[in-house]
Design a protein around this ligand. Sequence first.
Ligand code: IMP
Length: 423
Amino acid sequence: MPVDILVGTQWGDEGKGKLIDVLTRDVDVVVRFQGGNNAGHTVEIGDERYVLHLVPSGVFRPGVKCIVGNGVVADPVALQSELDELDKRGVDTSNVLISNRTQLIFCYHRVMDRVNESGTGVKIGTTGRGIGPAYADKMRRTGIRAIDLTAPERLAAAFRTECKKYNAIFKRCGADELDVEAELAKVLDAAKKLAPRVRDTVYIVNAAAKAGKNILFEGAQGALLDIDHGTYPFVTSSNTTSGGACTGGGVPPQSIRNVWGVIKAYTTRVGEGPFPTELFDDCGEKLRQRGREFGATTGRPRRCGWFDAVASRYACMVNGVNKLAVTKLDVLDDLDKIAICVGYEVDGKVTDEFPASLAELESAKPVLDYMPGWKCDTSKARSWNDLPDAAKAYLKRMAELVDSSVAIVSVGPRRDQTFGVEI
Ligand code: IMP
């Protein structure tokens, strides 16, 4: 069954939106399987730039079915406004469907997110979109699902019950209480518009797979933000790794063909948490400016650093990545030398394993290997042969260190700045 998964292999913002847009040339169905509108998938087509948060990145390909899967947490008001925005810009959204099992995010989750972040506990640096609280409700078995968008009375009753519970919490911690009926009116308005898109998408996806259609599972965030495998607790609240595609989309593991890992030629991170190769000098600033490293969802400047092969090898192993797509190679164009982190020194010992311990990660000193820069413009390269030798050597070294193969290289944000390779 031709089912592929595409995931991020770092801390998110690897350029997945662009890659999904490129890969969906030959795809019939795209499924988002986790996360919510904390994601910001940027797609540039000609002079137009779109940032998608919940709508799958296949939406720009006419005829491609785009599914918001059951593993996603979807804010109905935000989803409807994203669809309205796309409609306004002339993008056909009629193929966007929502799984009836998708959990919903509401205003109280967003307020709870803020309350958690401003309390005495650990500050994660979340996107403030209510992601963690919505997944917590799912696990607590008090969440409201998309199936309820089709039953306004049931939805209203459940919403009022949850608001009452949350308002009591907000009162106790001095946060503003919600105006329940005003918020409900917004939810019911979005529900009415979204209801025709709510389906049992598990049957749709499995029927498509059985019929031999090409299906792409679109991951959000990255492996190092995975709730199990990331730098816990500085992670998001879902399984961002490939295993999440089976549970978050409802397909069996044996249906998976390829796992694409999107990997930036350097590393970035937004929010709090350990980042062993972070650069605090001019070079970090240079990467941020050249790479336009500012959050697509929150506008926050991203922390920048060298390519971390220890972290990405762990990510590729857990995901089973067999095809890498290296992005933003051109951002390194004018560096004299480029470092790669090949190990961590922790308590005087060098390891090439990614530690689970936060304390070890925070104290880890990167062991760096330096490679010569290529000092020329790669943004116009359209094939392997157009790349300078030093860039080829860098890509080969990346592939070798993370124990996978490079199949795509991207040298700029546009569709045409992408080419296939075999390394
Ligand atoms: P949350 O997903 O909003 O709960 O945020 C948890 C952590 O994940 C924070 O460090 C966020 O900055 C990070 N995060 C969430 N979504 C993204 C993303 O799409 N790209 C990069 N970082 C993200």
